[in-house]
Ligand binder design. Structure first.
Ligand code: BG6
Length: 507
């Protein structure tokens, strides 16, 4: 007898595309990303039965490890997840191999080729390969060149390359890197990863907008008065000071994750759901985006850096006191900015974006605030009626909420705001997959829809060029505002909105 389905929303869940036979080669396999994200994501795909039996993971890095050592490390990285289902894990671990490779040394790449052929034989992976560059960004260009010189990217149907962020440091370095990569592989082989695009709720923006008729007619300057995009973190720089000191929040979060959320929120509907159609629209909207004040960027951009905070029991160190950080560092851990999109749909609607480390709450969301009713007929319980808001909650508590006014019970005619809510977990009964699960699967399937195309990356860097140039040439014009750890960032960011008589949302 079959089990009754208690939640009709679960019907059809997990009917996923099966990944074709292949070998996933991770360069930089000794690094943090492989252990924290990639291998757990692969194990999840394995548990969802989406990895074919003809699958292999080949970890590559400079360390002279053996398969056995690498497998032991990956087991340790998975920790309790591996222990939960030892039989599944034992099966999964059989597909993992290791080869010492230095992308700068052609002789090690020759050995890699031999190893790949051997894996093809023992795991029946048919010469299909996905190369994942999880190495320092300085090696993206030379890594592609080395793979291409060894002939490993020759077959566009059977080889592809995944490149982690940051893709370039600014507009011109992103252009050069694009040129270099495109000399080594066709654009269709290149998968520039942005893990925010792997988040269920970021993809849901497309579905909310384009699968419903109620939103699209009001998704424009006639009905929306402003949009806020936030990615707030409670963590500090942790053990990544080396990288973060050269990056800062603008390069680490804004140019990629926040800009992708902006593009998906603001893009025009594509003609059909096809990777190129979607990426064309994202690219177009990014080309229309502009800082609110390109010539005086200090008027529309605030940079901040966390200072100490917490309490006596749990004191928190300031950024400059973190290990590996220059005590006089001017790296920003917070950015707030005002932008416009100069097109028919969005002309005049401010987009406010902000991100920061050590903020009061972990929260990523998009808030669309609608124009007020032209006449206020009713008194409001809260003084004046609140504007309608649609909030797309990216994380945590993935879902959406709508804020609107209703009649306050009683004999009068007063209004008060209420909320209507949709939660992924409550409705579908399970938390969403990590972004890397979706993106690794898509890369191995050869589906580029959720990866950024060369023109998108360049448009995103171009957008922030005036700020990057100012930081480079006259940093005093964009001073770093210190903020206490576990607060909502510098007060200067509040002033940015106060000038427009607005407030940041602080749920
Ligand atoms: C990464 C950044 O890309 O995104 C990190 O390098 C940041 O600094 C992380 O912490 C945030 O991702 P998420 O998925 O936790 O919001």
């Amino acid at each position: 007898m079959s089990m009754p389905i208690t939640n009709p929303l679960r019907i059809g869940l997990r009917q996923e595309r099966v990944i074709p036979p292949q070998c996933l080669v991770i360069f930089g396999a000794s690094g943090d990303l492989t252990q924290r994200k990639l291998v757990p994501a692969l194990f999840e795909l394995f548990n969802q039965r989406r990895l074919p039996s003809e699958f292999a993971l080949l970890g590559c890095a400079r360390r002279p490890w053996t398969d056995k050592e690498f497998r032991a490390r990956m087991k340790a990285a998975l920790g309790p997840i591996a222990d939960k289902d030892p039989i599944a894990f034992d099966q999964f671990i059989q597909s993992i191999f290791y080869e010492p490779v230095d992308l700068q040394k052609p002789e090690t790449i020759e050995k890699l080729k031999i190893r790949l052929d051997e894996i093809d034989r023992i795991r029946a992976t048919h010469g299909n390969r996905t190369y994942y560059l999880s190495v320092s960004p300085n090696f993206y260009g030379s890594g592609c060149r080395a793979l291409s010189a060894a002939g490993l990217l020759n077959d566009p149907k059977r080889s592809r390359i995944v490149i982690e962020k940051p893709f370039g440091r600014d507009y011109s370095s992103a252009q050069s890197l694009n040129r270099l990569v495109q000399n080594c592989a066709q654009e269709s082989q290149v998968f520039r990863i942005d893990h925010y695009l792997g988040k269920e709720t970021v993809q849901n923006i497309l579905v909310m907008r384009f699968a419903n008729t109620i939103f699209e007619p009001i998704w424009n300057r006639n009905y929306i008065s402003s949009i806020q995009i936030t990615a707030a973190e409670t963590v500090g720089v942790e053990d990544r000071a080396g990288y973060y000191e050269t990056s800062g929040a603008l390069r680490d979060m804004v140019q990629n994750h926040l800009t992708q959320m902006l593009a998906i929120t603001a893009m025009e509907p594509p003609g059909h759901f096809d990777p190129e159609a979607i990426r064309n629209e994202k690219s177009k909207v990014l080309q229309a985006a502009q800082l609110a004040n390109e010539y005086e960027p200090w008027k529309c951009c605030i940079r901040g850096q966390y200072g100490p905070g917490g309490n006596q029991k749990h004191p928190l160190t300031g950024y400059r006191e973190e290990s590996g950080v220059d005590p006089n560092s001017t790296t920003e851990t917070y950015v707030a900015m005002k932008l416009f999109i100069n097109n028919w749909r969005w002309q005049g609607v401010p987009f406010y974006i902000r991100t920061g480390k050590r903020l009061a709450k972990r929260l990523s969301e998009i808030v669309l605030t609608f124009r007020d009713a032209p006449v206020h007929l009713f008194d409001s319980a809260g003084g004046s009626p609140t504007s309608n808001q649609l909030i797309l909650r990216i994380q945590p508590n993935e879902g959406a909420e709508f804020h609107f006014e209703v009649k306050s019970p009683g004999s009068g005619m007063r209004s008060r705001p209420v909320e209507m809510e949709f939660s992924y977990e409550d409705s579908f009964g399970e938390p969403s997959d990590e972004g890397y699960v979706r993106l690794l699967a898509d890369a191995m399937l050869g589906d580029p829809t959720l990866f950024t195309r060369s023109d998108e990356v360049e448009a995103a860097w171009r957008l922030y060029t005036p700020i990057l140039q100012l930081i480079e040439n006259s940093p005093w014009q964009l001073p770093i505002h210190r903020y206490e750890s576990r607060t909502w960032g510098p007060t200067a960011a509040d002033d940015l909105l106060a000038k427009d008589e607005l407030l940041w949302r602080r749920p």
